[in-house]
Ligand binder design. Structure first.
Ligand SMILES: Nc1ncnc2c1ncn2[C@@H]1O[C@H](COP(=O)(O)OP(=O)(O)OP(=O)(O)O)[C@@H](O)[C@H]1O
Length: 248
């Protein structure tokens, strides 16, 4: 499997504290990966480094066919290059409808007025995305009226509209009902059929349903990696993560 994203020997300290410590991590072109680990393990900082929000002190992050490292690029340029990120809190345009949100997010052309003049290809593409995220019966509803779970799906749809090659998703299941979690699992599994999807999650039932390779981070580096049952049986993982009631 060829790597789409390759993090090599990356370190990042905050005020002398090593949040990421010589981290090496790679993900394939088409892959679903869960990243788990105790609080403070460096999961969010890892995503901040990949998206350019935070600059590494050392190491390289290579992506796709780009010959240069992502580490010198701006956040906007990294996003344009095909790395999308979903934060924990949904950020949708509450006053716009579902279809308007999706049309605005479409890769090109980025023109909100196309919704008003109902340019068919864009509306059609938005409707297809709405179907993918289970909101096809809510196309003309204001995003502000949606439930928390539906807003999360809308944001996933808006990210998919950008046609990312890598999608980074931070704790998608937080605050969702069981039914919403199951739907979200399916959405991420489907999204990973054509791209790389990396999911940070604490909910182990959710991770189990993703049925994918798991990377366990601890103190800023990879503690274990492999199928969920394999990493869950690792005494080091039990010791630092699963065995601790406050983290599991
Ligand atoms: N901007 C920052 N300034 C100072 N310290 C930071 C900063 N960002 C992260 N850290 C520290 O780096 C460490 C790793 O934090 P990070 O948020 O990446 O962990 P995490 O694995 O995502 O944790 P959680 O599961 O609680 O979200 C923590 O000790 C955190 O306090």
């Amino acid at each position: 499997m060829s790597a789409l994203l390759e993090v090599s020997g990356v370190s990042k300290s905050f005020d002398g504290f090593k949040a990421i410590d010589n981290l090496s991590f790679s993900i394939g072109e088409v892959e679903l990966r869960a990243v788990i680990g105790p609080n403070g393990a460096g999961k969010t900082t890892f995503m901040d480094l990949v998206t350019g929000k935070t600059r590494p002190d050392s190491g390289t992050i290579r992506y796709g066919s780009l010959s240069r490292s992502l580490t010198g690029m701006s956040e906007a340029r990294i996003a344009q290059a095909g790395i999308g990120r979903k934060f924990q809190k949904p950020t949708v345009f509450e006053d716009q409808t579902v279809v308007e949100n999706l049309v605005m997010a479409l890769k090109s052309p980025r023109n909100p007025f196309s919704v008003l003049i109902r340019r068919p290809p864009q509306r059609d593409r938005a409707a297809t995305l709405a179907e993918q995220i289970g909101l096809d019966d809510a196309l003309d509803r204001r995003a502000g009226e949606l439930s928390h779970g539906q807003k999360q799906w809308l944001e996933i749809g808006m990210l998919l509209a950008q046609e990312p090659r890598v999608l980074l998703v931070d704790e998608p299941a937080a605050g969702m009902t069981t039914a919403e979690r199951e739907k979200t699992t399916q959405m991420l599994v489907d999204a990973a059929r054509t791209r790389a999807v990396v999911v940070i999650e604490h909910d182990m039932d959710f991770v189990r349903r993703l049925n994918c390779r798991v990377t366990v981070l601890h103190e800023g580096c990879v503690l274990a990696e492999g199928p969920l049952d394999h990493v869950c049986a690792d005494p080091r993982v039990i010791d630092v993560y699963l065995g601790r009631d406050d983290d599991a």
